[in-house]
Design a protein around this ligand. Sequence first.
Ligand code: ATP
Ligand code: MG
Length: 678
Amino acid sequence: MLDLSRLNPEQLAAVKHTEGALLVLAGAGSGKTGVITYRIAHLILNKQVPPDRILAVTFTNKAAKEMKERVEHLVGRKDSKGIVLSTFHSLGVRVLKRDIERLGYKKNFSIYSTADQVGLVRQIVREVNTDSKKYDAESIIWRISGAKNKLIPPDRFAPNPLDDIDMMAALVYPRYQSALKAFNAIDFDDIIMLTAELLQHHPPVLKHWQERFGYIMVDEYQDTNSSQYLLVNLLAAGCKNLCVVGDDDQSIYGWRGADVGNILDFEKDFHGCRTIKLEQNYRSTGNILEAANSVIGNNKVRKAKRLWTASGQGPLIDLCIVQDDEEEATSVVERIQLERFKKDTPYSDFAILYRTNAQSRAFEEQLRFEDIPYVLVGGTQFFERKEVKDSLSYLKVIANPLDEVALLRIVNFPRRGIGDSTVIRINQWSLEKEIPLFEAFSRVGEIEGISEAIRDKVLAFHQTLLDAAEAFRAEGGLAEKGKTLFEKLKIEEEIFRTIDDQKAARRKVENVEQIINSMAAYEERVPQATLGGFIEKVSLMDEDRFSGKDKKEHGKDAVTLMSLHSSKGLEFPFVFLVGMEDEILPHKRAIYEDDSIDEERRLCYVGITRARQQLVMTRTLYRKKYGKLEERVPSRFLEEIPGTVLNVQQSGVAKEVTPEEAEKSAEDFFAKMKAMMG
Ligand code: ATP
Ligand code: MG
């Protein structure tokens, strides 16, 4: 028998309300996801509903996996077999696998990756436009994706005539869609769009799935977009047993077409639905909750709710004010080590959450420096990012002209009109003559079949490298020289020129900036800093000690690094919320362009409420921009947190260890050593 005694009365009501529509609208950590898992268990164990009649949908694979584990824990693996517990996308694939032929695709369709999409869109842009270089494929894909999320097919795509990219997207979209079909392929957004189309226009298909599912549940409903909304509504129109849970305060995907109206209008969409509020938070301590409540209270448009906890105030929230980004990273890592020393806390208890992925760089470096395992969730490790590799390749070639991999990366970055065929030609020649590629560039005049114009470009490139190497041999700081080089190369301009999506471009520029910051940090740390030394340090990081295979290792004890966006729904005993500064959180763009401070505030709320026992926030006084310090302004959200819950520290390690604690931990330490020695 399922033990429901753990649930509070509201949770219990939600679990037991199995027939009809149910909305659970509640704040973070109040047990919404828990209600879904208990509901599933209740249906199976107490109401004898066959598992395969149950559908539960969530947003990320990680969330789906966690939910599956929780359900298995409650009902046992055997009885949970057959439940469809999946993301929107895997549900879509399941529907398409059965009936996609009705839409003119074959059953063995393939799903295009981003790289495939980019290739296809590039090709189409070239076909429809002579000045194709002006258009960045990713921006066009973004527009098409936006349309698909709103279920707008190619023939109804109405571009904004004042917007070049939109106009281009209007030309590309129909061709792109037919090409995909010709290749029997679909893209990620098609998974939802085509599924909705199938269900909407093919009654037998709709009937099949409506009959299949008797109970439907959706987690994180506040972040559904139009197409996901339609999908849920179509499926639920059969059994009418739909339970959605969510929190309007955690709607953080507005920029990707999510519509918080979907949850706010649920009561209108499903007449007679039951609404249950959960107000007790079981996740966080009182102080953390108070901070979260006061921050989110500043949003004007929201359903009023106030979370409370019975778990006591807990420790104060630490706010560490540090000198700069490097000290931010060292102080966080020191704190992790200190906590481990004091309480033997596993690494997996810690999460470092940031607003933008470029922020991960300093933390990744510091963690590696201290040999602390970490996993980077939902992002590419800093030194693996394309723009980082490209820019870094200049430094690599200057440090070692024989590094041909790096040399080949930069021949035409920034674009200088040296095409692949030229490079292949020069490379062949250098192989035949057995001379290094770098030298072959200087002797391009001796190579047949290369026009004079191209030859000049190659020579100019070679000269650029010689000049740069010379500059690095001169007196002066490394970061300074790196900055000058990148400016000369106009890397920033190249990124902005080649990528129309300004947001994406800016993110890449921020990453390039971080390379210079990394050099500055290296210089500060190492007395006799050399370019070669810096490259060596970076290359050691490249070795994938922590990424690749390790990342796949299940349940590895590691610190989690991730963006606030990917942290939704998760919880950690110990959370670092870093970069609490204006122009980071809230993001610069939200302040000056989009007027979306409220969504940033919700992000901040999501971040704070991930913490169970201890929250540490950090902000810097200065942050490096291309290796130069810039003064920083504290996040406006910090002012919204009552001073009474904060412990402000103007140094690295927030808490002093008391003499008693020190003695205790020393004792523990020696006891452990003794035990280890047998
Ligand atoms: P979020 O909004 O962040 O997704 P949530 O509302 O989904 O949060 P859960 O993740 O379901 O919240 O629960 C948060 C924590 O509270 C979990 O650790 C869960 O085990 C615990 N919890 C939930 N309900 C209870 C309860 N009745 N008694 C004890 N612990 C509970
Ligand atoms: Mg949840």
